[in-house]
Design a protein around this ligand. Structure first.
Ligand SMILES: Cc1cc2nc3c(=O)[nH]c(=O)nc-3n(C[C@H](O)[C@H](O)[C@H](O)COP(=O)(O)O)c2cc1C
Length: 248
């Protein structure tokens, strides 16, 4: 057996239970707003979750992210006010029943969650010319979102809920957190232990929007390309299984 074959049969291949565990985390991850418990999160757990974020892929290995832990009650109060101002504005953008539903939704847990983290992207982290960012300049922002998703999944694996709060004016957030011009606040996150995780997205159960059928979103070769009947069948099966929390 070559070294490579040995490696493939060793650490490179997940055990069936590890593989299922990963899908379980992916499929049971939720955006959490209202179920935070006040229990503190041990630093060692927070450290593992932040390491998961830091090991995300990034364009040109730029690692443009930083993590601001927002602990000060005064700073949190300012963030909450910025949310309320933006949320009032947002509500006016929906009409009739939609506005009523919007108003009834809880869309943040800024004061209740024991941890708030702002994940930022320093667009100058590795100089003006970045390998892989030369023709699509937003790649560093996308890289930071990869870090956010890693953080979100690691939090779920640790039994921690996480809610992303995006209803805040970006200039207000930058000012409150003292971010330099070149640093973008990509995600404001509320994290902590939770009383429970919902099985489905709250926006689905509250009637805001349904999950789309994946088979309708997969085409061959181009935007309006054909669909593979065989693959569509498998996608439907896999999505039905996912809806009941499992694998096809
Ligand atoms: C970029 C981004 C911004 C979001 N902003 C908010 C937000 O401001 N408030 C909120 O309650 N949820 C927010 N969410 C959570 C979404 O509403 C949620 O992911 C979606 O409804 C699906 O639910 P799930 O994450 O529980 O699967 C955001 C999610 C993403 C990815």
């Amino acid at each position: 057996m070559t070294d490579r074959q040995a490696a493939i049969q060793g650490d490179d291949v997940l055990s069936d239970s590890d593989r299922r565990g990963l899908y379980k985390v992916l499929l049971s991850r939720r955006d959490v707003r209202g179920q935070f418990l006040p229990d503190p999160v041990p630093d060692e757990v927070l450290a593992r979750v932040l390491v998961a974020a830091h090991y995300a892929p990034s364009v040109g290995f730029m690692q443009p992210w930083s993590f601001i832990l927002v602990r000060s009650p005064e700073v949190r109060a300012r963030i909450k006010s910025a949310f309320e101002a933006a949320n009032d504005e947002a509500a006016t953008m929906f009409e009739g029943d939609r506005r009523e539903i919007y108003r009834s939704l809880k869309l943040e847990g800024i004061l209740e969650a024991p941890i708030n983290i702002c994940v930022t992207c320093d667009r100058d982290r590795s100089g003006p010319v970045v390998l892989g960012r030369t023709h699509i300049p937003t790649m560093d922002l996308y890289s930071t979102v990869c870090a956010v998703e890693n953080l979100w999944l690691a939090a779920r694996a640790e039994g921690l809920g996480l809610g992303w709060v995006s209803i805040i004016s970006e200039p207000a957030l930058k000012e409150i957190l003292g971010l330099p011009e070149t640093v973008v606040p990509v995600a404001y996150l509320c994290i902590g232990k939770v009383s429970h995780f919902f099985a489905r997205p709250e926006l689905e159960t509250k009637g805001w929007r349904k999950r789309l059928d994946l088979a309708g979103l997969v085409t061959l070769d181009r935007w309006e390309g054909e669909r593979s009947a065989d693959l569509s069948h498998e996608l439907m099966k896999a999505q039905i299984a996912a809806e009941s929390g499992g694998l096809a």
